[in-house]
Design a protein around this ligand. Structure first.
Ligand code: CMP
Length: 144
């Protein structure tokens, strides 16, 4: 649970997350009220490749790198999300995500994630579009 001052802050930041642009004010308030906010130092690992996926992350502030077996494959900026893949297929994390600056994330549990995503077709569509883009970027196998 986040405290009330950062809750207002989290609501403002959540309004700027493209994935959730179709959600109502009430839904955004409810996410901000239940999700946990975490901060990371530059260079700190946020999720570890191979770990069990227990959370979904929204990057509220800062930037992060995505690394597969130690090599950088993508970078993520404020407003982007990660951690969806292991929640979708219930398999281990496909990559490490590491803060490249001081970073702040809102973390939704698996249960909260499905509560938000499972109820809104627009969120499902936005999530799938980005996930397919990530899978295509992972190698030629899917797009050829
Ligand atoms: P997950 O596998 O749960 O944990 C690692 C996360 O890194 C993954 O979910 C995605 O959110 C993210 N990720 C993996 N590959 C890419 C990629 N090519 N581009 C952007 N993000 C990625």
């Amino acid at each position: 649970m986040v405290d009330s001052s950062s809750k207002a802050d989290a609501v403002a930041l959540l309004d700027a997350v493209p994935l959730f642009s179709s959600l109502s004010k009430r839904q955004v308030n409810s996410i901000a009220a239940t999700a946990v906010e975490r901060t990371y130092k530059p260079g700190e690992t946020i999720v570890k490749q191979g770990d069990k996926g227990i959370g979904f992350y929204l990057l509220l502030d800062g930037t992060a790198d995505v690394l597969k077996t130690g090599s950088k494959v993508a970078s993520l900026a404020k407003g982007q999300f990660f951690g969806e893949m292991a929640l979708l297929d219930e398999q281990p994390r496909t990559a490490e995500v590491r803060a490249s600056t001081a970073a702040r994330c809102l973390v939704l549990s698996r249960w909260e994630f499905w509560g938000v995503v499972g109820k809104d077709p627009e969120v499902i569509r936005a999530l799938l579009t980005e996930t397919v883009r990530r899978l295509r970027s992972a190698g030629p196998g899917l797009s050829e």
